[in-house]
Design a protein around this ligand. Structure first.
Ligand code: G6P
Ligand code: ZN
Length: 541
């Protein structure tokens, strides 16, 4: 029984950096999920198509899955592959889309944002290549939400998503699959599992904090069951609808339990954390934090040590606010390098065209051409493979890296929940300032260039403008400022700070101290306190 339910457009259903994200009560509001889902199915012309469906297990994930399935059937989809319990990590969903050559997939997640009845929910469409829908597609979905008059709904009982197997939903096939096994099999093709087993058998200790989010079952299966890491290596391993009250964002602020353990007495050899939907990662050595920008650079320099990358890399891409550390590796290897706007979707074309093998962002995202999303556990396994092959500690590997390439001191300062008007006014004033900045001296450093980053995609020539203000200094230092595109409340100002030390001296300073003049320059140029009333950041990475 298929009915068309009359509806009206709901304002504000515009996907941001990574899908449509709203407070859960908004998503649970009358027709809200249904309208957006119908817009997706209209734009991708669902009839006869096959999709993947899964989410990170946050509150409303299970109910939303049933609604999306009934609507998929009502819109004539042929088949939906669903993770058992409606669970799929974002990288695992990307892999299933590619493995099964489906027409795309729907991921229910608000990534690293907290979950629960009063927290965040999100829905994102991924394309047949496994990557997030590009802007022209999400824009079409948004346009569709502004003109909808009805959505198609099948009247049916809930599908049993807890049992692996095939069932029928109004003529549509529903295949419930184990969310972990295909992903784990892919990891076995990329990394030297025997060497990793030997590493753990030799007494290597690690801590993986899954932050009560989706990575838990994946990490337990791969690290503990397949690689023999001691039981309990993975903590907060059970995905919970409210992530146990944790803020599942793997950075030093939110993964403070892991940080405390890794900086404390008797710390394990290696620590890692991942986010709500499993695409982000933070990596920590005993007593040493690895900035995501450095992590990308180290992975690029050493990826050939893992079987999946033994033939070398085609190129490396980083987002603009990510430090230039990876560029130095690319130059040394003689491979291509790319600088893209913030947002994983910008890597898709480069990966599809075979121009790059590795990608990374300062926002704790690293990945490769094995899927079309960033992949938290993949990054952890590549680090493990490198540690096993080099037989050195994280601190030694970083020390060697800086001695070879110099060190890009780097930090990001976030100022959260600023009122949107204040943040917009500050950015507007800063943009007005840009043309007059080159040649000016601040904090003893001379500005050489200042602009608002624009990107022309080398594959499809599409242009993305206004992607963040950059201020470059003669000594290689850099300030970048932009407003977050993933928040759901007010504005978050991100200030990215970078300073290059060529070495051999000055490679082991505290980053905040090394960056102090750059931080002061950022505050004075942007008149940060005057516009926002803030002096200290809420999050420092
Ligand atoms: C998500 C995207 C990333 C992006 C990050 C930060 O995780 O997948 O590609 O770098 O958000 O975005 P924001 O706009 O909040 O800085
Ligand atoms: Zn995420």
């Amino acid at each position: 029984m298929i009915t068309t339910v009359a509806t009206q457009p709901i304002a504000g259903q515009k996907p941001g950096t990574s899908g449509l994200r709203k407070k859960t009560p908004v998503f649970m509001g009358r027709h809200y999920l249904e309208n957006f889902t119908q817009a997706i199915f209209d734009v991708v012309e669902a009839k006869g198509k096959t999709f993947v469906l899964g989410g990170d297990g946050r509150y409303f994930n299970d109910r939303a899955a049933q609604v999306i399935l009934r609507m998929a059937a009502a819109n004539g989809a042929a088949r939906v592959i669903v993770g058992q319990g409606a669970i799929l990590s974002t990288p695992a969903a990307s892999h299933l889309i590619r493995l099964n050559k489906t027409d795309g997939g729907i991921i229910m997640s608000a990534s690293h944002n907290p979950g629960g009845p009063e927290e965040d929910f999100g829905v994102k469409f991924n394309m047949p290549n496994g990557g997030p829908a590009p802007e022209h597609v999400t824009e079409a979905m948004y346009q569709r939400t502004t003109e909808l008059t009805g959505y198609r709904m099948l009247e049916a009982q809930d599908v049993d998503l807890n049992t692996v197997g095939r069932s029928d939903l109004g003529g549509m096939i529903v295949d419930v699959v184990d969310p972990v096994s295909d992903y784990a099999a892919l990891m076995e093709t990329l990394f030297d599992f025997p060497a990793l087993r030997a590493l753990f058998a030799g007494g290597f200790r690690m801590r993986m904090d899954a932050m009560c989010a989706v990575t838990g079952p994946y990490a337990v299966e791969i690290l503990e069951n397949r690689l023999g890491a001691p039981k309990g290596t993975v903590t907060h391993a059970t995905p919970l609808p409210d992530f146990g009250g944790m803020h599942p964002d793997p950075n030093p602020t939110w993964a403070h339990e892991l940080m405390a353990e890794m900086m404390g007495e008797g710390a394990p050899d290696f620590g890692a954390a991942s986010d709500g939907d499993g695409d982000r990662n933070m990596v920590v050595g005993r007593g040493i934090y690895v900035s995501p920008s450095d992590s990308l650079a180290v992975l690029a320099a050493n990826a050939h040590l893992a079987p999946g990358y033994a033939r070398g890399l085609a190129g490396v891409a980083r987002s603009m606010p990510t430090s230039a550390a990876a560029d130095r590796v690319a130059d040394a290897l003689g491979i291509a390098k790319f600088e893209t706007p913030t947002g994983w979707k910008f890597f898709g074309n480069l990966l599809d065209a075979g121009k790059v093998t590795l990608c990374g962002e300062e926002s704790f995202g690293t990945g490769s051409d094995h899927v079309r999303e960033k992949d938290g556990l993949w990054a952890v396994l590549l680090w493990l493979n490198i540690l096993a092959a080099r037989k050195q500690s994280v601190a030694e590997i970083l020390g060697d890296h800086w001695a070879t390439y110099g060190r890009n001191y780097y930090s990001r300062h976030d100022f959260e929940a600023i009122t949107t008007e204040k943040a917009d006014a500050m950015m507007a004033a800063l943009r007005d300032l840009l043309p007059g900045l080159p040649g000016r001296e601040v904090e003893g450093m001379t500005i050489t260039a200042a602009d608002d980053f624009a990107y022309t995609d080398p594959v499809d020539a599409s242009v993305s403008a206004k992607q963040g203000v950059r201020i470059l200094f003669a000594d290689g230092s850099r300030i970048v400022m932009r407003l977050s595109g993933t928040g759901t409340e007010g504005a978050t100002l991100r200030v990215y700070l970078e300073r290059y030390a060529p070495g051999p001296d000055g490679l082991d300073h505290d980053p905040q101290q090394a960056l102090a003049p750059v931080i002061r320059a950022a505050h004075s140029l942007a008149r940060l306190e005057e516009f926002t009333g803030r002096t200290t950041p809420d999050v420092v990475t």
